[in-house]
Design a protein around this ligand. Structure first.
Ligand SMILES: [Zn+2]
Ligand SMILES: [Zn+2]
Length: 281
């Protein structure tokens, strides 16, 4: 393993790929979902999430951004083969289920490998988790133990340092009414869910060598995500050395769309689950 790497734990939308309904439908075959169940298919996508691993004094520090509904399955697939054991910190972008639905599964780590896990999130996200996962927040009052031991810290728009790594929050809109965070760290800007990025945040992203950006599917969205076309347009504005697209639906056939993207005048492609890239800090 390199000294500092980013591993894509998931590159798919909330429902994941395959859709079960595409596999059970008897009339029309969905080519992408059918392909996604073949071994090592890049079309198999779990909830959007990344792991940052950095070697500090001969030990690896592991930081995860978001633990969604399919975190457990991502971890089964990706942790053993990359020798990822402990989880040092988790950053939360927002509290939709595809970003926090895996919080409960962290019990395996805090019961068997480490004392606790630090979670970094905004006040409003902490309040949301206090309602949706109250037994994880009021752990001792509501359970007899056994559930994940999480240590919550509140962050705001100010940059902060974790394990010697500087993180700059990237506030972006995810739909008309919800502001969420992306994060800039090292030479990477990561924005998993967005439909609008302000000039102010764009200025924070400019200069990143690597951009990782939401690109739900071609042409249309529910108004809470970038379309592929919007993501490509934004990537051209940022003009990073490399752009990776994430949060894809089953409308994205990985190899076919990446082949088409080669025609763009920038280096831009969809990432796949388990893909690793080097980070420079
Ligand atoms: Zn499908
Ligand atoms: Zn969301």
């Amino acid at each position: 393993m390199n000294d500092s790497e980013l591993i894509f734990l998931g590159t798919g939308t909330s429902e994941g790929i395959p859709r079960v309904s595409c596999l059970t439908k008897s009339d029309k075959m969905c080519a992408v979902c059918s392909d996604s169940i073949l071994p090592n298919s890049p079309n198999r996508r779990r909830n959007t999430s990344v792991l940052i691993t950095k070697k500090i004094n001969s030990q690896y520090i592991n930081i995860i951004i978001d633990v969604g509904k399919f975190f457990y399955e991502s971890a089964i697939n990706i942790f053993p083969k990359n020798n990822i054991k402990t989880i040092d910190s988790i950053l939360i972008t927002h509290t939709h289920a595809d970003a926090v639905g895996g919080l409960d599964d962290l019990r395996d780590w805090t019961n068997n490998l480490q004392k606790e896990i630090n979670i970094y999130l905004r006040q409003k996200d902490f309040e949301s988790i206090s309602k949706s996962h109250n037994y994880l927040v009021k752990r001792n009052k509501l359970t007899g133990g056994g559930v994940a031991k999480l240590n919550f810290s509140i962050i705001n728009k100010k940059p902060f340092i974790l394990h010697g790594i500087s993180f700059i929050p990237l506030p972006v809109m995810h739909g008309k009414h919800l502001e969420i965070f992306g994060y800039k760290f090292g030479n990477i800007s990561y924005v998993s869910d967005t439909s609008y990025i302000s000039k102010e945040t764009e200025n924070l992203i400019i200069g990143s060598e690597i951009l990782i950006i939401d690109a739900l599917r071609p042409k249309k969205t529910h108004g809470t995500h970038f379309t592929l076309e919007e993501a490509v347009e934004f990537a051209k504005k940022i003009n990073a050395k490399k752009t990776f697209l994430t949060n894809a639906t089953h409308d994205i056939d990985h190899n076919r769309i990446n082949y088409q993207l080669k025609k763009e005048n920038i280096d831009i492609k969809y990432a796949y689950d388990g893909q690793k890239i080097k980070i420079k800090f």
